[in-house]
Write a protein that binds this ligand. Structure first.
Ligand SMILES: Cc1ncc(COP(=O)(O)O)c(C=O)c1O
Length: 364
């Protein structure tokens, strides 16, 4: 059966207005038209980040964000606290280790939140760490970690707060300045409703100060180059025009709906999925107060294998969802509900889930 419904945690469906924006012809990327357009886009991105600092756009995906953040703020041998509460936290910690940082891992059971209490204890035990690597929304477990509380704590401590916001930004509240987030990156293919290919990076003043002392070689990922070029509405290399057009159209949609309304819609949709799935006997992997507004991870009822649910949804209903990853492979079903998603699609998903769950039960 042809897949008609993309309910994975990214890439996410593209709204018609964004599709249409991508039809625009190429223009000279160093001309006045582009410069005016790009400056306007950067202002829109700043509003979504709620920051007076800079937001920059680079060609790349979320994984580039892990590297960009590290090489622009730290020196080889620096100690960092890597909060590992799922597969993406795990991967970031491993990238940090590969760069020669001394990584103190804060292990959080997968499905639990990385609370301020946990991070506070780790900081007390490791007072000399230069930075905390924190995943706002752990896509692999469907947990939204309490970034505002952690922001306050890390600021008091004096370490940098470096945040993976890949599956959060534009779908979950973010007040970069008020929460004390020094650097946060996200990927265009998630709540931004665009194709993959852009990494969006918010940079605060403490991160810029750290970048002057940072000791890693950097060239393509040098944020200060992007900042300098952004002054005139430029990018250091040829602008990925089509994706930037898409991002602007997506920002227009977000602003037309209103940021608060966008976040409220995500919360409601997540609740709809949680309620519907738990009524069918599924359990949430996430501790409920921290269940993510953008992705829900479900443990199937006894007798039903997660991979069977994923396969049957695709083969019998044309709905693509994710299975688990890392050590959750084969154990969970993940439903993405971020970006261009509304209630009817999720009612269809729940009806299909009911069908699949009733039709196929087998030993786990
Ligand atoms: C939280 C998080 N971080 C990083 C990434 C990696 O992003 P990408 O696959 O775009 O490189 C993902 C991708 O799903 C993610 O969800």
């Amino acid at each position: 059966m042809r897949v008609t419904d993309l309910r994975i945690a990214g890439p996410t469906p593209i709204p018609p207005a964004v599709m249409q924006a991508m039809q625009r012809p190429m223009i000279y990327h160093r001309g006045a038209t582009f410069r005016g357009f790009f400056k306007g886009l950067l202002r829109q991105l700043e509003r979504v980040h709620q920051t007076d600092g800079s937001v920059l756009v680079l060609p790349g995906t979320g994984s580039a964000g892990w590297e960009i953040v590290l090489v622009n703020t730290l020196c080889p041998g620096d100690r960092v606290l890597a909060v590992v509460a799922g597969d993406f936290g795990e991967r970031w910690a491993s990238v940090a280790a590969r760069f020669g940082l001394r990584v103190e891992r804060v292990e959080v059971p997968w499905g639990r939140a990385a609370t301020a209490e946990i991070v506070g204890r780790a900081l007390a035990a490791n007072p000399d760490v230069k930075a905390v690597l924190y995943t706002y929304n752990e896509t692999s477990t469907g947990v939204a970690n309490p970034l505002p509380e952690v922001g306050e704590l890390v600021r008091q401590h004096g370490a940098l707060l470096l945040v993976d916001g890949v599956s959060a930004v534009a779908g979950m509240p973010l007040e970069m300045d008020a929460w004390g987030v020094d650097l946060i990156f996200s990927g265009s293919q998630k709540a931004w409703m665009c194709p993959p290919g852009l990494v969006i990076v918010g940079v605060g003043p403490r991160a810029w100060a750290a970048s002057e002392r940072a000791g890693f070689p950097r060239a393509f990922w040098d944020l200060s180059e992007y900042r300098a070029q952004a002054e005139t509405g430029d990018l250091p290399s040829t602008a990925p025009l089509t994706l930037l057009y898409a991002l602007q159209a997506a920002c227009d949609l977000i602003e037309a709906e209103g940021l608060e309304q966008v976040f409220a819609r995500h919360r409601l949709l997540a609740e709809l999925v949680r309620d519907g799935a738990t009524r069918l006997g599924y359990q949430l992997l996430a501790e409920p107060p921290y269940a993510s507004p953008t992705v829900t991870a479900l443990l199937p009822p006894d007798g039903l294998a997660a991979d069977t649910v994923v396969r049957e949804l695709r083969e019998r209903h044309g709905i693509e969802v994710n299975g688990g990853q890392g050590r959750l492979r084969g154990k969970i079903v993940r439903v993405g509900h971020m970006g261009w998603v509304h209630e009817p699609e999720l009612h269809r998903l729940l009806a299909a889930l009911e069908d699949v769950s009733a039709a196929r039960r087998e030993p786990r």
